[in-house]
Design a protein. Structure first.
Length: 170
């Protein structure tokens, strides 16, 4: 849900929101706060990615602001960026962008965010639903598609993981 509040870019960049908000063309966009399954999935996956990403010259960042343009800032649950990227706010498209769904998330909003990410140049997007044990993958060459085989893949860097390996046990 959007907070109806319009704020300047300077105010957005100098304010700490809890949880952090996205900023789209002057409007603050609330992010759904994850519940336990969301949080556990995020933790398990961030640890998994950090180990494998380092092998390929990448690092995993959790809830990191990413600047799409002068008036658009998005926040992934997790993203994978080059290890040498030291920007406080990421300025370049991450190699991998991950959204972990919460029960309150609306698919139309998630889909719009995924499309925005791909237009920005994000290499691969994973959308994971820890409540239904389903996931989707999107790339520059392929629109969001459900991972029917239960495996998430990212071509660059070369990563592959089974959903069962990263989802918390019920």
């Amino acid at each position: 849900m959007s907070t109806a509040a319009r704020v300047s870019l300077a105010e957005y960049l100098s304010t700490e929101y809890e949880p952090d908000c996205e900023y789209i063309d002057g409007v603050l966009i609330d992010r759904n706060v994850g519940k336990q399954k969301h949080s556990r999935t995020q933790t398990i996956l961030a640890v998994w990615l950090e180990g494998r990403g380092n092998q390929h010259g990448y690092k995993a960042l959790v809830e990191q602001r990413v600047r799409f343009s002068a008036s658009r800032f998005r926040i992934p649950d997790i993203c994978l960026v080059p290890s040498d990227d030291e920007d406080e706010i990421i300025q370049h498209p991450p190699a991998l962008w991950i959204e972990i769904l919460s029960p309150e998330d609306r698919w139309s909003r998630v889909q719009a965010k995924a499309e925005d990410c791909l237009q920005f140049g994000v290499g691969t997007i994973w959308i994971i639903d820890p409540y239904t044990h389903r996931a989707w993958i999107g790339t520059q060459a392929q629109a969001l598609t459900q991972a029917l085989d239960g495996r998430l893949r990212c071509e660059n860097p070369g990563l592959e993981v089974a959903l069962d390996e990263i989802l918390p046990r019920d």
